[in-house]
Design a protein around this ligand. Structure first.
Ligand code: FAD
Length: 343
């Protein structure tokens, strides 16, 4: 157990429902650790529609995915959630002492009294470059996210993709990398018009290059990837010198390790025993938001918020087994005001 973080509650997933779960646990004086495979919080709202308006959040007539996420972060701040981002929960196992061992892909370990799974449609993973054998360069010369931009300064970069991530990074590295070549299957892009215009201008000024086509192969020299082959729509395959390849093809949700945790599932969702607590088939493990299913389930943020409120009371029974937990109004309860720091 050395090195493991002892926690009252661990929340798997930092989507809107996982975030609001922090609040509902906080009201019952339970602090939470929150883990997400993405580098940022907000789940689908931030990954899929940060700038689109949502119209069905009670008392918020309209707000974007990003605004909803920012508001939730502000609302839960008093409860000081500890975030562990960029790591996927891989292991969830019952211990002999009835608590749970939780482990992530980065090796972070927790011992938790209760676990709330708010994993939505699964952990978002980057869509991979489909070229046989190229995966052995992942992390050394092939990248699906940029953690340390300075590492690419002075490099020969090939950036694949036609969305905002590909264009933003291409523009960012111009003048810093030795060369920047953007590869996208057609000349229609799904990115901000201003970025597309800037990319075209930089190509005309010969500060970067755009090659329409797809990476279909690569060459290796001295054990290192040295160039990629780009098959163009004109039937010509071009060789492009490259010492770093980046691919931004969007994210795919992968249910991933959740299916191996021995929990009752139905159609790739976690079945909950009752709609009073949203507890899974395993006592002490709860499921809220898009990941759960029960008769009448609707995959709405509103429903997830309600589920989080009831799951918190269910979870409290494992954190405070000897205490009767009461519902209190946030408006009038001095105890809650103290927890919120608004006295
Ligand atoms: P998610 O938002 O999916 O978040 C789950 C998080 O868990 C993700 O960040 C994921 O990376 C993480 N995760 C999963 N597995 C693991 C793991 N093993 N380890 C670590 N992290 C993990 N709903 C509405 O109510 N109103 C709307 O107007 C609306 N509009 C929408 C528009 C679009 C285009 C889409 C795609 C959805 C819309 N929705 C809307 C649905 C809404 O976004 C979802 O219901 C909501 O995001 C569910 O929240 P969640 O927290 O349950 O899951």
């Amino acid at each position: 157990d050395r090195g493991a973080i002892e926690a009252d509650a661990v929340i798997v997933g930092a989507g809107p429902v996982g975030l609001f779960q922090v609040f509902e646990l906080g009201l019952l004086d339970i602090r939470a650790h929150v883990i997400d495979s993405l580098a940022a919080v907000g789940g689908q709202c931030m990954e899929l529609y940060p700038d689109k308006p949502i119209y069905d959040i009670p008392a918020a007539p309209v707000l974007t995915g990003r605004e909803l996420t920012d508001n939730l972060l502000r609302q839960i701040a008093p409860f000081e959630p500890v975030f562990h981002l960029g790591q996927e929960v891989t292991t969830l196992q019952r211990r002999a002492d009835r608590r749970f061992d939780v482990e992530t892909s980065s090796g972070t370990r927790f011992i938790a009294k209760t676990v709330i799974i708010a994993a939505g449609v699964g952990a978002f993973q980057p869509r991979k470059l489909k070229v046989a054998g190229i995966e052995r360069f992942e992390g050394s010369q092939l990248f699906y996210r940029v953690k340390h931009p300075a590492r690419f300064h002075g490099r020969q970069l090939v950036i694949c993709g036609g969305g905002d991530s590909a264009l933003d990074w291409a523009l960012d590295f111009v003048g810093k990398a030795e060369s920047v070549v953007l590869v996208h299957r057609s000349d229609s892009f799904r990115a901000a018009p201003a970025s597309i215009a800037r990319m075209k201008a930089l190509c005309e000024a010969q500060q970067m290059q755009f090659i329409p086509g797809q990476v279909t192969g690569f060459d290796v020299r001295g054990g290192r990837l040295s160039e990629v082959k780009v098959a163009g729509p004109d039937g010509v395959t071009r060789r492009v010198p490259a010492d770093s390849v980046m691919a931004f093809f969007g994210l795919l949700p992968m249910l991933g390790p959740i299916v191996d945790w021995g929990l009752d599932m139905e159609m790739r969702q976690l079945r909950v025993r009752d709609t009073g607590k949203f507890e899974t088939s395993e006592a002490g493990i709860f499921a809220v938001g898009d990941i759960n299913t029960y008769p009448g389930k609707k995959k709405l943020i509103l429903s997830g918020f309600h589920e989080a409120a009831l799951a918190a009371f269910g979870a409290a029974a494992y954190v405070f087994p000897d205490k009767k937990v009461h519902m209190l109004y946030t408006t009038t309860s001095p105890k809650i005001h103290k927890l919120l720091g608004v006295e």
